[in-house]
Design a protein around this ligand. Structure first.
Ligand SMILES: O=P(O)(O)O[C@H]1O[C@H](CO)[C@@H](O)[C@H]1O
Ligand SMILES: O=c1cc[nH]c(=O)[nH]1
Length: 289
């Protein structure tokens, strides 16, 4: 948005064509299905797997591409690192009509049995970040949508990608908040043992955006899921830059295609939601049953 431009209001700033203030997208620019990487650089990587792709907007940490993937209108918008910028992305994408969000991220695994390069599909998130607490009290669940999650699992199965399914913990800090010693070894007592505690309550991994995405999607009745590449393992201390990211991207793109086909079957059969019946019908149609 150019300097000096007058927007509609302070409480809901948009320009005359409905472009939202931070993302700079307007209704019609983005698909209802939006992939959400934290890293703007990953948006182009995601779009490189599409049949058609065009840049829609770029402002601050928010880069948006739209395009076609196997006939489905699809978009990707980077959220930036952490909860505050991610909440802005969800708020503004929802206002321009997006209703199905899939985080495509990187993550640190907490269990030895999760290999670096494996992907993790999250069913829910521990809200160790602050932004969601400015929306609703901590007891409110940050859960992924079962249909989006099932589409991610189905995509991983179809693509033969090694995946794990379970809870993630979303933090506001990459270092001390994920029990990494800070500068000069700083680590406060209340962070010591965090990894062991989270492992003991069956949390698989750390990242920094899923809890915000899930909480806001639940509040607004929208759909969300998450697939992250385990680039680090906190048990083995391995760290391989971008390990598994292409697999996470392929699974997310394929999940959008699958979900779109399930949504179509739900509409045709007049069901209320994606169910086992939908998925069985889908397998029949692709000749698997
Ligand atoms: O690779 P992205 O999607 O940014 O995700 C992870 O990487 C960042 C930290 O390195 C945080 O955003 C974390 O959630
Ligand atoms: O360990 C990790 C790796 C990626 N992102 C995180 O938040 N933590």
């Amino acid at each position: 948005m150019e300097r000096g431009k007058r927007l509609s209001s302070a409480s809901a700033p948009v320009d005359e064509s409905g472009r939202v203030y931070h993302l700079g997208v307007k209704p019609g620019d983005v698909s209802k299905y939006v992939l959400l990487p934290g890293d703007p650089g990953r948006v182009k990587r995601i779009a490189s797997f599409w049949d058609e792709a065009w840049r829609v907007a770029e402002h601050r940490e928010y880069l948006t591409f739209s395009g076609k993937y196997k006939g489905v209108f699809i978009s990707a918008t980077s959220t930036g690192i952490g909860a505050p910028s991610t909440a802005i992305a969800i708020e503004e994408l929802a206002r321009v009509g997006s209703n199905t969000f899939i985080r495509v991220g990187t993550t640190g695994a907490l269990r030895r049995n999760i290999g670096v390069g494996d992907i993790i599909i999250s069913t829910g998130a521990v809200r160790l970040e602050g932004t969601s607490k400015q929306y609703v009290f901590p007891e409110y669940p940050a859960v992924a949508s079962f249909d989006v999650t099932m589409a991610l699992i189905t995509a991983a199965e179809e693509l033969g990608v090694k995946y794990h399914v379970g809870l993630t913990a979303s933090t506001d800090s990459f270092y001390v908040g994920q029990e990494r010693p800070g500068y000069k070894g700083y680590l406060p007592p209340f962070q010591r043992g965090l990894i062991d505690f989270l492992k003991s309550v069956n949390v698989l991994n750390f990242e920094m955006e899923a809890a915000t995405i899930f909480t806001l999607a639940n509040i607004y009745g929208l759909r969300a899921g998450s697939v992250c590449a385990a680039i680090a393992n906190r048990e083995t201390e391995e760290f391989i830059v971008d390990a598994g990211v292409d697999d996470a991207i392929k699974v997310a793109n394929e999940a959008v295609k699958i979900l779109n086909e399930w949504d179509q079957i739900v509409r045709e059969t007049g069901s209320k939601t994606v169910s086992a019946k939908t998925i069985l019908e889908w397998y029949k149609r692709i000749g698997r049953l």
